[in-house]
Design a protein. Structure first.
Ligand code: MLT
Length: 275
């Protein structure tokens, strides 16, 4: 509740009185950046459970979900600038907590490089700091070829079994359908653009040590796409990181174990109300 007279609460009305008010926008802003080839539907369970303590802002990246595609190539720099432009448009000029899942994490690192003064904290989910190996770069080009020749359906079919923990993929057909639906919203330009951006992204490892901000790393114990060792390596290099391994979860821990994930985020966000 903002009941303190001051610059944030100037006198109002002809008789200049201070009016106490509540504004949900006063909650700590959290920019939620989705992975590839997903959309802001990824964060549905976080909107359900965390909106009472955080102002959640979750864009669809260009070419993904309901956002217009533009012609590829894209880059992490472009995605980060898009996110900053959205915050500008919303009038959010102060620092925010930047949360990124997988490719969203790659964008979060770029956002930190370009806009360090706009980052109060980081949540890194199912991601890694390193760049692509030569083999991984080749696989990006192959995947772009598949997307152009066969469409997003082929990309979705190939990726789906690897996105969730094996057990969840078998036991949760509704979740599988939800993720498939989300993937099918991605345009061909979005897929190709994201693949080029991931292929060409720089190694963020040297940037970790100077990132002296509260960081929460969340990683599914059964992630088939990015091994847990990547999360452990980030935790070792980041000065203020807390690593939480999410049991019974694969590459989408926020969807596979939403309660566990949300509890960890809630506890982490408390810091921003204490500081
Ligand atoms: C993602 O989930 O965003 C991507 O699979 C990450 C990647 O391919 O490196």
């Amino acid at each position: 509740m903002n009941d303190t007279p001051g610059p944030a609460n100037p006198p109002i009305g002809d008789d200049h009185f201070h009016m106490a008010f509540e504004d949900s926008c006063n909650r700590v802003p959290v920019l939620l950046i989705h992975g590839y080839p997903l959309s802001n539907m990824l964060w549905d369970m976080q909107f359900e459970e965390l909106s009472d303590m955080a102002r959640l802002i979750a864009p669809d990246l260009r070419g993904h979900g309901m956002t217009d595609p533009t012609e590829p190539p894209y880059s992490m720099g472009l995605f980060a600038e898009d996110c900053a432009a959205l915050l500008d448009q919303l009038g959010i000029t102060g620092p925010v907590v930047v949360a990124g899942l997988s490719m969203g994490g790659y964008i979060a690192f770029e956002f930190c490089r370009q806009f360090p003064e706009r980052v109060a904290g980081l949540i890194l989910a199912a991601t890694r700091a390193g760049a692509d190996s030569p083999e991984a770069k080749e696989a990006r080009d192959k995947a772009a070829g598949v997307a152009i020749a066969e469409g997003i359906e082929a990309i979705a079919e190939g990726m789906l079994p690897k996105l969730l923990a094996k057990k969840n993929y078998k036991a949760q057909p509704e979740l599988v359908e939800f993720v498939r639906e989300m993937m099918l919203e991605t345009s061909e330009d979005g897929v190709v653009g994201a693949l080029t951006a991931m292929r060409d992204r720089p190694d963020s490892t040297p940037d970790l040590a100077p990132l002296d901000i509260p960081t929460l790393i969340l990683h599914g114990a059964e992630d088939q796409l990015i091994p847990v060792t990547e999360a452990e390596a980030m935790a070792e290099n980041l000065p203020r990181a807390q690593l939480v391994i999410v049991p019974d979860a694969g590459h989408l821990p926020n969807l596979e174990q939403p309660d566990f994930f949300n509890d960890a985020v809630r506890e982490f966000l408390e810091i921003f109300y204490e500081e």
